[in-house]
Ligand binder design. Structure first.
Ligand code: BGC
Length: 480
């Protein structure tokens, strides 16, 4: 072949072959519109009184009925489980300065075995970490309210009663699915601790993100995470949430959009690599959309594509190194680094023990770019569905809104956010969206949710008291 073709021709032939592998990842604007239309239908199924049980997109009520109004204040504890790390935080909400301050925080590692062990072990570990934190920060004598960011799909019955539907993102502790997580935490504190906690508010990380951004920008009505997992929440009209009572006002709905496709609705756009990632995951068939998008899986998709190309002799002289051949060894953070510059790509390929040439490194960049772009475009399609829905709900020609965003993929990837934003503008042309990267939504946001819940409880107490006084007045009048 080399005798007949010169080097440029050879490169073109190679790129055409590479294209064959990448083409299934490239989604046209029409396909993205179709994805958005399918999600639109699934949102309705999730909200429906009778259809929600079987809906792949769960649309979970959060009992968060209001975003911050800037009058919240106080000291709070926050726990954050379900992202990159488990953390304990002490947070202060200052009304005067309109600030949420992180006073102290501590990361506690959760060993891999514990992520797959018993629920009791996991919650005992959480309670012990909280106890150690209170001890070392002299907080043991106080009884502070606690916001618990628990970033897994939960059926929330009340702000402090939340049943885990299923684990995601590499967690699979026994005896927790179907149970009330607040109860499990309280039992663990009783077993292991010599301290007390105040009222508890359960928070999904999307909700924390929306609320922490909402303190700064009160038009923030959507929270989105693109990190280890992916998900979004938004403010829905209560009258549309058929599974709960009530007609007036709004409630934040945790969409759990990671489950989109679990009923096969995305099968036509799945690649053989997506199917493989799902099959070898600890929860096959679950969270299909998340597995095409989020940090827990992107690196593995890239690895599988590179392995196939190498086996087909398109890369690395047909030699797969041990690292490239090992599942999980191509980390999602490599994608961000590789797309940041060819020099990074060379370094990472060397570290992975690969015998690379310049063309190999360029092809790897192309593979990373294709897979991360697909992730950004799919998120854009999903976000466009939400903003279009909010605009229709409110019968507006034009919607101006803010999305609070967090997650390592969104934050760390060099072009992810700009691609996502550009695609949303295309898919939701009548919506003007401001993106606000959340400052620690999972920590500060949990405190914010707790603070708003306290404010609302306080307001309704005042209302009840004044109703009581009115009743007394009426009685007096009747008595006269
Ligand atoms: C969970 C969501 C969470 C998201 C982002 C998903 O796996 O199901 O509850 O919000 O990850 O952390």
């Amino acid at each position: 072949v080399l005798c007949i073709f010169n080097q440029t021709d050879w490169l073109i032939i190679l790129l055409c072959s590479v294209e064959k592998y990448l083409q299934p990842f490239q989604l046209s604007p029409e396909t993205l519109q179709e994805v958005s239309a399918r999600l639109r239908k699934d949102l309705l199924r999730g909200l429906g009184k009778h259809s929600h049980h079987k809906a792949p997109v769960k649309m979970l009520p959060t009992f968060v009925r209001a975003t911050p109004d800037g009058t919240e204040k106080g000291d709070f504890l926050a726990l954050d489980l379900g992202g990159t790390n488990f953390r304990v935080l002490h947070v202060r909400v200052e009304e005067e300065a309109q600030k949420v301050l992180k006073m102290d925080s501590q990361i506690c590692a959760i060993p891999q075995e514990m992520m797959l062990g018993t629920g009791e072990q996991l919650f005992d570990h959480i309670a012990t970490c909280l106890g150690d934190f209170l001890e070392s920060h002299n907080l043991k004598c106080q009884t502070l309210p606690l916001g618990f960011t628990f970033s897994f799909p939960c059926e929330q019955l009340e702000i402090d009663k939340s049943i885990l539907i299923r684990w995601t993102k590499g967690f699979n502790c026994s005896g927790v699915e179907g149970k009330d997580v607040v109860q499990l935490l309280k039992e663990a504190i009783q077993r292991t601790g010599d301290y007390h906690i105040g009222s508890v508010a359960m928070v999904n990380d999307t909700v924390g993100t929306m609320m922490s951004c909402g303190y700064k920008d009160q038009s923030c009505e959507i929270g989105m995470i693109i990190g280890t997992g992916t998900n979004a929440c938004y403010m829905e009209e209560i009258k549309n949430v058929k599974r709960i009572e009530g007609e007036d006002g709004r409630m934040c709905i945790n969409t759990e959009w990671g489950g989109f496709g679990d009923d096969g609705s995305l099968d036509d756009i799945l690649t053989e690599f997506d199917v493989e990632v799902d099959k070898t995951s600890i929860n096959p068939g679950v969270h299909i959309f998340e597995k095409m998008i989020s940090g827990m899986y992107l690196g593995e998709i890239v690895r599988l594509v590179l392995v196939k190309m190498t086996k087909d002799k398109l890369l690395f002289k047909g030699q797969i190194s041990e690292a490239l051949g090992t599942s999980g060894r191509f980390e999602t953070k490599f994608i961000s680094e590789i797309e940041d510059g060819l020099e990074n790509a060379k370094k990472i390929l060397t570290e992975l023990g690969l015998d690379w040439g310049l063309v190999d490194a360029s092809v790897v960049c192309l593979v990373c770019d294709t897979i991360s772009s697909r992730s950004a475009y799919l998120c854009a399609a999903a976000l466009a569905t939400l903003v279009n829905r909010i605009r229709n709900n409110r019968k507006l020609d034009h919607l101006k809104t803010t999305v609070g965003v967090d997650g390592t993929v969104y934050r760390k990837h060099p072009t992810f956010s700009s691609k996502l934003q550009k695609a949303v503008r295309l898919l939701a042309p009548q919506c003007d969206i401001t993106f606000l990267v959340s400052e620690d939504g999972s920590g500060k946001g949990a405190a914010m949710v707790t603070a708003v819940a306290q404010r609302l409880a306080h307001q309704s107490r005042l209302l009840e008291e004044s109703d009581g006084e009115d009743d007394d007045d009426e009685e007096e009048e009747e008595g006269q």
